[in-house]
Design a protein around this ligand. Structure first.
Ligand SMILES: NC(=O)c1ccc[n+]([C@@H]2O[C@H](COP(=O)([O-])OP(=O)(O)OC[C@H]3O[C@@H](n4cnc5c(N)ncnc54)[C@H](OP(=O)(O)O)[C@@H]3O)[C@@H](O)[C@H]2O)c1
Length: 322
């Protein structure tokens, strides 16, 4: 029998990282393979559930001045077949004030991971963002549309993509957008929090994108990992991974609360009031793209995974509400 796939998850305490860890553990406990809907020719069908290593920030002891040394040490320690990098400087406004930290974490670290991964024949899964675009296109962005970030965060993430591509290990970069779901630090958790009962929560009507539950993205990543180093492994490069459709944050908030009430996850009396605001008039350190819908058809076709509309995907966040 083949050995279990060894997955090193970096940033497992973050929003997406936590969901991926949980999904891998669920798959392991349920004794299902990491490919989810395994096909006859599916690469992981003959392998036991993956072994997950999700070291804490302290265990990683990342010295961002010498990220290559750190990346090589991690590979030596955990001997992964796949690295899933969820480490990010993701506070968009903070990145404006701390550009060097943004570059170290969002550009230099992915570049170092890519170099170390190539040398050790490890597959690298990395995440980028809709914020690499300026939001002027007004049709869903494809992978090869020109990037023009408006913020330090977007710029540092775009350079992270380029750093990986130039090292060219076996890799996928998933550009994702608007995460929600999980226990904390996200809009869904705020909307479900009984402490916010009756309070007014202001959400923008003038920024359009696609909200994605971390549970859906985690499921897709675990599925994708099943292909690694197999005969059907999809081509390296950038893939947009995002639900279908489009929404403003205000539209999302109202729909989420309505579905949470219908599903019995939120008592009507505990629902917050959702107010519309115009974000473009707000003074914020970082500029955001006003329209950043991602076209995920390349992902859907290549990985053979149809993605749901953002409204339908809300169910996943509510099922997982704990
Ligand atoms: N959130 C969104 O809406 C969104 C949208 C589009 C794309 N993305 C991308 O999706 C990916 C995941 O984002 P996320 O929202 O899940 O991020 P997040 O919640 O901010 O998590 C970031 C992770 O990175 C870790 N980290 C940060 N600096 C570190 C350091 N110096 N050493 C070690 N670990 C460090 C954090 O550890 P601690 O917990 O210890 O701080 C945490 O585990 C990122 O690549 C992000 O750019 C996010």
């Amino acid at each position: 029998m083949k050995e279990a796939r060894r997955i090193l998850l970096l940033g497992g305490t973050g929003r997406l990282g936590m969901a991926i860890a949980r999904h891998i553990r669920l798959a392991a406990n349920a004794s299902i393979d990491a490919c989810g809907s395994a096909r006859e020719t599916g690469p992981s069908s003959a392998r036991p559930a993956p072994a997950l290593f999700a070291p804490s920030r302290i265990a990683l002891a990342l010295d961002t001045r010498i990220p290559l040394e750190a990346a090589e040490r991690w590979i030596e320690t955990w001997k992964p077949e796949v690295i899933v990098n969820c480490i990010a400087a993701s506070d968009v406004d903070r990145c404006e004030h701390e550009p060097l930290e943004a570059i170290r974490i969002n550009t230099d670290l992915p570049g170092a991971l890519a170099k170390a991964a190539r040398r050790a024949n490890v597959h690298l899964v990395h995440f980028s963002t809709d914020f690499v675009f300026d939001g002027e296109l007004r049709r869903p962005y494809r992978e090869d549309d020109p990037a023009a970030p408006l913020s330090v965060y977007g710029e540092s993430k775009l350079h992270g993509e380029k750093a990986i591509a130039s090292e060219n290990p076996s890799h996928w970069i998933f550009r994702i957008s608007w995460l929600y779901g999980g226990r904390e630090r996200n809009l869904a958790a705020t909307l479900l929090d009984p402490a916010n009962a009756g309070r007014t929560i202001a959400l923008s009507v003038d920024r359009i994108g696609v909200p994605n539950p971390v549970q859906l993205l985690a499921r897709e990543i675990v599925h994708a990992i099943g292909y690694v180093h197999g005969p059907l492994q999809p081509a390296d490069g950038v893939y947009h991974l995002s639900c279908r459709g489009q929404a403003s944050w205000h539209e999302f908030g109202r729909e989420f609360v309505a579905q949470a009430i219908d599903a019995g996850c939120l008592a009507p009396g505990n629902a917050p009031r959702i107010e519309a605001i115009h974000e473009q008039t707000m003074e914020r350190p970082a500029r955001r793209p006003p329209w950043s819908v991602l076209d995920a058809s390349r992902y859907e076709t290549t990985f053979e995974r149809p993605l749901p509309d953002w409204r339908a995907a809300i169910t996943l966040a509510l099922q997982r509400a704990e």
